[in-house]
Design a protein around this ligand. Structure first.
Ligand code: IMP
Ligand code: MG
Length: 175
């Protein structure tokens, strides 16, 4: 089965506006205290880069990488840690930056992993949320856009490592 790009679901200017709003909300909630952004690679790197530039104050960044998908469009449900943090997050305000929450299994696993380091608090920010697909209960603090159960690509998000360079979010179709 092969996939190709179909329709624009969220334009680049809509993303830009929403990212600004999310940053305002985050700044208010964290009371201008220092924040460590934890970027879940690879899909979140463009969102995180844009979000970080909208945030003022003491913002640090670190990267973590997990794998659960392979080249399929359905999660295998098994989460594997591929790259751990370099930063000590004990007693820090942590904001996990994710591209998309689907079953919730990835962030459920990551939350537990990060909690073990005893941060001051952990909040979760995702650009996209597919609540229909949730398999585990997961508190999500900031959501850019709630989207229907459709496979999407672009703005950092891939299908089989492709289409991350699209500036907008697009649906894909089988052919
Ligand atoms: P979860 O563990 O099922 O919540 O999966 C979350 C991860 O699956 C996201 O971080 C994405 O990397 C990937 N993912 C989920 N839905 C999509 C999609 O529609 N397109 C591309 N990747 C997706
Ligand atoms: Mg991801």
């Amino acid at each position: 089965m092969a996939y190709r790009i179909k329709d624009v679901m969220i334009s680049d200017s809509d993303i830009k506006d929403r990212v600004k709003k999310l940053a305002e909300q985050i700044e208010n909630d964290f009371n201008n205290e220092a924040i460590v952004l934890i970027v879940v690679l690879k899909g979140s790197f463009i969102f995180a880069a844009d979000l970080m530039r909208e945030l003022k104050g003491n913002i640090k960044i670190d990267f973590i990488s997990v794998s659960s998908y392979g080249d399929e469009t359905e999660s295998t449900g098994k989460v594997r840690l591929l790259k751990d943090l370099d930063t000590n997050i004990t007693d820090q305000n942590v904001l996990v930056v994710e591209d998309i929450i689907d079953s919730g299994l990835t962030l459920h696993f990551l939350r537990g992993h990060l909690q073990a380091h005893k941060p001051k608090q952990i909040k979760i920010c995702t650009l996209l949320d597919k609540p229909e697909r949730r398999k585990v209960d997961l508190p999500v603090d900031y959501v850019g856009f709630v989207i229907p159960d459709e496979f999407i690509v672009g703005y950092g998000i891939d299908y089989a490592q492709m289409y991350r360079n699209l500036p907008h979010i697009s649906t894909v179709e089988e052919y």
